[in-house]
Each structure stands twice: as structure tokens, then as C-alpha cells.
Design a protein around this ligand. Structure first.
Ligand code: IMP
Ligand code: MG
Length: 195
């Protein structure tokens, strides 16, 4: 609801700021351990735009020499349903051949976007390729894919905040929450782009 305090649009907080920060600290420690032998060879790829907040916190929770890359993708489909056909709107700027690649993504839903992306990046011959996503909705899966690292498994609800959007809004909420149903019936009339 434009003109109102953003927090007022939230029906419930699913994951608090503290819960998210604590879990990211754990993920960062786990990754630092698992990649200890790959110091300097790790590339963390941020999938724009949804992963940007998670990516920034995760990278700072990892204590190692690594490079950051950014990839923009857009998939054909509507806001709440992906077709899985992915178009790259911004490619990474460096070669990943023989590097240890970690994809940082906001959420795995049907899994179609990430399975397409994994195929695409695998063809560039990285030394290894893993997926780290903040949220996972396994009940929605439409293909055989599981994140290698996952922050939280959540129920089948549409969530916003901490990078996740509804029509391009709410990415800057510091927590993950569910919107009030009244928000969906309002006319935001602002198109979104970027995942
Ligand atoms: P998938 O191909 O169905 O796995 O789609 C994943 C993408 O859909 C994510 O990167 C998000 O941009 C979007 N998405 C899926 N579920 C949600 C949600 O609950 N809130 C916001 N965006 C979502
Ligand atoms: Mg999105």
C-alpha cells in the first residue's frame, strides 16, 4: 500500500532479522570449512536481483579469498510462476573454467530457474559448482534438483523481504514475511524486472 509504512503491509514475519543473520553466520562458517582447500579459487555468483541482500551478508560471513560475480536472469512467465526458460540479461564478467563456483540465490521454488542455470554454467567447465540458497520450498519442486546449502526450508507461501519482491517492492525489508491479502488486490501498477 503506497504511502503507508511498508511494515504495515506484512501479515506475519516468517523469519526474523536475527534468525536470518544467525543462519547466515552458520552457512558462512560451513562454506569456509568446506572450501578451505580452494582458497583464492572460489567465485560466488549473485543472481540478481533477489539474491543481492543474502549475497552481501553471506560473502561477509565467509572468511577466504574469493571473487564476486553478478548475473542477471529473467525467465519467461509471470510474477508468481516461472516457465524455467531463462534468458541472461547480464552475464558474469570473468571465466569460471577450473574455478570453484557457488551460486547464491534467494529461493528455490519450482527449481526450473536454477536447473537451467546449472546446465548453462556447467558447460563452462568449472572445477565445481554448488547452489547456496537462503530459502527452499521443496513442496513446489517441478524438477530433480536440491540446493547444496540452504538457509531455511519454508512452507508453500509467497514471501517477501530480504531481497525477495512482490512487483519489485519489499526487497529492502530486513526480515522475510508474508503480505496481507489486501496488498494483492491493490493496484501497484509498477512492473517488475529481474528475479
Ligand atoms: P523457480 O524457477 O520456480 O525455482 O523460481 C525461483 C524464482 O522465483 C526466485 O528466484 C524468485 O525470484 C521467485 N520466487 C519464487 N518464490 C517466491 C516467493 O515466495 N517470493 C518472491 N519470489 C519468489
Ligand atoms: Mg522475483
Amino acid at each position: 500500500m503506497k504511502g503507508q509504512i511498508m511494515q504495515g503491509d506484512i501479515a506475519k514475519v516468517l523469519l526474523s532479522e536475527e534468525q536470518i543473520q544467525q543462519r547466515i553466520k552458520e552457512l558462512g562458517e560451513q562454506l569456509s570449512k568446506d572450501y578451505a582447500n580452494c582458497d583464492g579459487e572460489v567465485i560466488l555468483i549473485c543472481i540478481l536481483k533477489g539474491a543481492v541482500v543474502f549475497f552481501a551478508d553471506l560473502a561477509r560471513a565467509m572468511n577466504m579469498h574469493m571473487q564476486m560475480e553478478f548475473m542477471g536472469i529473467s525467465s519467461y512467465g509471470n510474477e508468481q510462476k516461472t516457465s524455467g526458460i531463462v534468458r541472461i540479461t547480464k552475464d558474469i564478467d570473468t571465466s569460471i573454467t577450473d574455478k570453484h563456483v557457488i551460486i547464491a540465490e534467494d529461493i528455490m521454488d519450482s527449481g526450473l530457474t536454477l536447473s537451467h542455470l546449472v546446465k548453462l554454467l556447467s558447460s563452462r567447465s568449472p572445477a565445481s559448482l554448488k547452489i547456496c540458497c537462503l530459502l527452499d520450498k521443496p513442496s513446489r519442486r517441478e524438477c530433480d534438483i536440491t540446493p547444496d546449502y540452504c538457509g531455511f526450508i519454508i512452507p508453500n507461501e509467497f514471501v517477501v523481504g530480504y531481497g525477495l519482491d512482490y512487483l519489485g517492492f519489499y526487497r529492502n525489508l530486513p526480515f522475510v514475511g508474508v503480505l496481507k491479502s489486501s496488498v494483492y488486490t491493490e493496484d501497484f501498477s509498477t512492473p517488475t524486472n529481474g528475479r
